[in-house]
Design a protein around this ligand. Structure first.
Ligand SMILES: [Zn+2]
Length: 310
């Protein structure tokens, strides 16, 4: 117990020191949280809502949070909290805490998933493998084969997601077929929020950015497809929200066709795990934070881990 308390104090001390150094060097943290949920699983490693609340409490002692459109604010203590995918989890577990603690954040939405209430297939696939009650499922048409095993590891599943990106118009229906065969319950994590929920959060401190149309990786798109995806997702958000989104986050963090995206958006985000430097012009790097303790999350936010593991 004593060593746990010591470690907590030490982490807070290191975080404070690094924060001051970063500030002097013009570096500021942009963090991306992938999931906040009370039920833990090793694959998505969600942060418990209580731990998330505790983190925000610690964070507010060192930083002033802003939304992404203020990325170049003159406030030296600025930090940026972002979330991707806009699934129901965000509305249920994150939004109430942000609202209560008055913490501004940015949410990147996959537009077609919201518009058509189409399930976010890559999240669905991961949960289907995790909660499968059958050993495996295979989807086969001609020479196109996708095979998913129960309890498959993350790397294996990411490889399957990559394969499914090569059949973009069918990926959702293939995953739904595989989920049925694996006999897994439909995941709440794959359920997109509704437009009215998005509107509600946007009126309470959450900035809405684009996360593409269908959550497909830009890595596999032709230049024209990337231009269309980036144009249309911006136009649809503008139509629904009455305001043009100027921030974009690449699905799965795959940075491709950057010039096409930059034509529409002022701020473009990757998931490169390092701090943002106010003098840089490339995609804005974001530090991913998965399940851990609140002081450790704060430490990650300072870029400590990229210092020790470059
Ligand atoms: Zn995403």
């Amino acid at each position: 117990m004593r060593s746990k308390v010591m470690s907590l104090i030490q982490k807070a001390g290191v975080a404070r020191m690094l924060t001051l150094l970063n500030r002097r060097a013009g570096k500021r943290p942009v963090v991306v949280f992938h999931r906040v949920h009370p039920k833990f699983d090793h694959l998505t490693q969600p942060i418990h809502p209580n731990e998330f609340r505790e983190f925000l409490d610690l964070m507010l002692r060192l930083y002033v949070p802003y939304t992404m459109d203020d990325i170049n604010t003159t406030e030296e203590r600025a930090c940026f909290i972002t979330f991707d995918d806009a699934t129901l989890d965000f509305y249920e577990y994150v939004y109430p805490i942000l609202k209560e603690m008055k913490v501004p954040a940015t949410l990147f939405v996959p537009v077609n998933s919201i518009q058509k209430q189409e399930r976010i297939w890559n999240n669905e696939l991961m949960h289907a493998a995790l909660f499968a009650t059958k050993d495996e499922a295979t989807y086969e048409v001609d020479d196109y084969v996708v095979k998913v095993r129960k309890d498959a590891e993350l790397d294996e599943l990411l490889q399957i997601i990559k394969t499914l990106n090569s059949a973009p118009s069918q990926s959702a229906s293939i995953v739904s077929d595989l989920t049925r065969t694996l006999n897994a319950e439909k995941s709440e994590w794959a359920q997109p929020m509704s437009w009215s929920q998005i509107e509600e959060v946007s009126q309470n401190g959450v900035l809405i950015g684009s996360h593409s149309l269908d959550h497909l990786s830009y890595e596999f798109m032709l230049p024209d497809e990337a231009i269309n995806d980036s144009n249309s997702s911006q136009a649809q958000i503008t139509k629904m929200m009455g305001e043009k989104p100027m921030t974009f986050a690449f699905p799965m963090g795959h940075v491709n066709h950057l010039d096409a995206v930059k034509r529409n958006y002022k701020i473009v985000c990757s998931t490169e795990p390092r701090l943002y430097n106010i003098n840089e012009n490339g995609p804005v790097p974001r530090i991913s934070i998965y399940d851990t303790t609140a002081p450790e999350m704060l430490l990650r936010m300072t870029g400590f881990h990229s210092l020790i593991r470059p």
